[in-house]
Design a protein around this ligand. Sequence first.
Ligand code: 6GU
Length: 238
Amino acid sequence: MRIDIVTIFPSFFDVLDISLLGKARQSGIIELGVHDLRDHTHDRHRTVDDTPYGGGAGMVMKPEPWGEAFDELLGEQPGAAVAGADPLVIFPSPAGEVFTQATARALAHEQRLVFGCGRYEGIDQRVFDHVASRARVKLVSMGDYVLNGGEVAVMAMIEAIGRLIPGVVGNPESLVEESHENGLLEYPSYTKPASWRGLEVPPVLLSGNHGAIAAWRHEQQLERTRRVRPDLLDLGEH
Ligand code: 6GU
């Protein structure tokens, strides 16, 4: 997968050099390009924002630097694709569809993702409209709260998507038993020692009875989900 990010804070993404995602980049499974939006400004102050038409608080990101950045990433002709793959452009925004594990699973199948990180009160609407005439565009939110900009949201999305790409997580079986993969929260996990500071590992886990262990884990998932996230139980059959 090829991932490009446009941002006014390229160094935010330096941490993608480390951990599983860093390994995936070294092995070529994930290719990453981080692009400074200010490289597409032409004034002395490298201005990326201006006051909103119609008035109101805050600043709006100007369309011209975004237009140039996307010309470079998507090609200047309508429909022109770089390097074969049909890109999906994602703008992190609290006004977007909420990102879930299902979103991550769908996006993990894409060959090419381009993230546009907005700051301030948002990006001039014409940027979305123009990019949408040349590529598939999605606005994606991390949940019902407000961040100062899209960078942290993009980091979370890349981590959630990246670990679902074959070869990124060493043992793919570890992906199927975690929270949200079957619509439930994950069961509690234990390792050695069996007794620690007076706290015991549930005896069923030491029993060697695989059927009983699976049943206990499923019951734990249901109990946890009922208690913490009852909204998830309305969404499917468990
Ligand atoms: Cl994706 N961006 C911003 N700026 N705020 C958010 C968000 C995204 N998701 C939740 N809040």
